[in-house]
Design a protein around this ligand. Structure first.
Ligand code: NAD
Length: 480
């Protein structure tokens, strides 16, 4: 089937009539095509957004909120169809798409439908000057949203929802590797009554369509989630135009396990934080550090628990680990495994591709555990973004903190301990935007979300996102 762009409330073919193949990762087959959009398509999206802006920015908060709640409701009603589309397009288990991706996409719209009605700005009385200042938070205008393939509709809507809630109009591009649910969103937007042009979805490659969005002089802010190298490139293109930028980039997150933790809960959660979504979550704990006194026990139990995970077709209900998203990605991940010795580690579990019955050409890989000796090795320094984790022991808090921070990334960290003082010491010193203590991926959408160092700049989530998508203006009134 052919996916189309959604511009000015209509599904349209790409101007060039040029198309890109869309693959099904579970069997390697091409099952559709997506627009290979060029500058003109982005320009059409931009014009539609610009035309819609004045009216949308003046639409009452109640009305915006009502339309967004309707979008959330329709996503929930269409959950089975959307989840199946996500599993087919991405390779993730259907039950993951059903329980995580699609509910969260609905929650993103519902959350910002509510949040915008509570968003407020500040006033500063200039005492002694007979003046009052207040801050007007105005929408920016036309903004660009660009998202990756790992949590397709989840991350696409995480940007779009606050952008439109704040009164902006959007030109958005999902990943060309997983375009399907963003395509299906178009009909939901129409059905919910979102005015034409408020949200325009343009499909295509990063280097052409994505680049056209970032380089467009009329698109004043870019919210991007994806790889660190791409983020650096976007920053370079956007900087001379002084665009507002929110960059959510890669991670190489530490999981730090102290011997005093609740062991069973830690073990169960660590299996999840390592391999959920085939390890293709920017927040996965990919470097596991275990206190030396417990290391051997952990190693044995972790291998035993991971060996129970079933790699299989995304639509098989017993599947824990589906297919990786694409052949090039599988090859990239496999290269780290095949060169483990050279990169400083030894594979102690998994490491092989898997042939799944009736899906022999799918991109399946065993969950893989690599033991490393030194945190400076390539395996602990580079983001692999697949079902691969490293483990190594540590002796004390200072040593593990130094190792956790000795990496170019700083997205999230997970800490397992029951020692309150240590929790505070480590959490404060760890270089990351998010620290989970005795849990993982417990998300409250009001909290600031993002990373430090090479994991990005800016924060999404809650009012942080609404602040990003508005421009504060100080108005100073002298009254005497
Ligand atoms: P990617 O950088 O290759 O692509 C992300 C998006 O950017 C895609 O839509 C792509 O088409 C587009 N793009 C690529 N080149 C572009 C360019 N020159 N100009 C404009 N747009 C361009 O990333 P990916 O492989 O899709 O996703 C995986 C990466 O995303 C990993 O590094 C992962 O850690 C990161 N990620 C980060 C977060 C977070 O919140 N920090 C969340 C999920 C994924």
């Amino acid at each position: 089937m052919n996916i189309k762009n959604y511009i000015n409330g209509e599904y349209v073919n790409p101007v060039s009539d040029s198309w890109i193949d869309n693959y099904n990762p579970s069997n390697g087959e091409i099952y559709g095509q997506i627009p290979n959009s060029i500058n003109e398509d982005v320009e059409n999206g931009y014009k539609a957004a610009k035309n819609a802006f004045l009216s949308w920015s003046e639409t009452s908060l109640d009305e915006r909120s009502k339309i967004m709640s309707k979008i959330a409701q329709l996503i929930t009603e269409k959950l089975p169809e959307l989840a199946a589309a996500e599993a087919k397009d991405n390779g993730k288990p259907l039950h993951v798409a059903k329980s995580i991706d699609i509910p969260r996409a609905a929650a993103n719209f519902q959350f910002f439908a509510n949040a915008i009605t509570q968003f407020a700005s500040e006033a500063h009385e200039s005492v002694g000057h007979n003046a009052i200042n207040f801050t007007l938070r105005q929408p920016i205008g036309v903004v660009g949203c660009i998202s990756p393939w790992n949590l397709p509709l989840y991350l696409f809507t995480w940007k779009i929802a606050p952008a439109i809630a704040a009164g902006n109009c959007v030109v958005a591009k999902p990943s060309e590797i997983t375009p399907m649910t963003a395509y299906l969103l178009g009909e939901i937007l129409t059905e919910a009554g979102l005015p034409k042009g408020v949200l325009n979805i343009v499909h295509g490659l990063g280097t052409t369509t994505g680049q056209a969005i970032v380089a467009h002089p009329g698109i004043k802010a870019i919210s991007f989630t994806g790889g660190t190298q791409t983020g650096a490139h976007i920053a370079k293109v956007a900087a001379p135009m002084f665009k507002k930028l929110s960059l959510e980039l890669g991670g190489k997150n530490p999981a730090i396990i102290f011997a005093d933790c609740d062991y069973d809960e830690m073990l169960q959660t660590t299996v999840r934080s390592s391999f959920a979504n085939q390890g293709q979550i920017c927040l996965c704990g990919s470097r596991i550090f275990v206190e030396a006194s417990m290391y051997q026990k952990f190693k044995i139990d972790f291998i035993a628990a991971v060996s129970k995970l079933k790699v299989g077709n995304p639509f098989d209900t017993s599947t824990d680990i589906g297919a990786l998203v694409s052949r090039p990605h599988l090859e990239k991940v496999k290269k780290y495994i095949d060169n483990a010795a050279q990169y400083g580690g030894k594979v102690i579990f998994g490491g092989a591709t898997v042939s799944v019955d009736n899906s022999e050409d799918g991109y399946y890989l065993e969950p893989t555990i690599i033991e490393v000796q030194d945190n400076s090795c390539t395996l602990n320094q580079e983001e692999i973004f697949g079902p691969v984790v490293t483990i190594m022991p540590f002796n004390d808090e200072n040593e593990v903190l130094a190792m956790a921070n000795d990496v170019s990334y700083g997205l999230s960290a997970t800490l397992w301990t029951n020692d309150l003082k240590r929790t505070m010491r480590v959490s404060k010193q760890i270089q990351a935007g998010i620290v989970w203590v005795n849990t993982w991926l417990l998300r409250d959408l009001r909290t600031p979300f993002g990373g430090v160092k090479n994991s990005g700049v800016g924060r999404e989530g809650g009012f942080e996102a609404l602040r990003f998508f508005t421009e504060p203006k100080n108005i100073c009134i002298k009254y005497n």
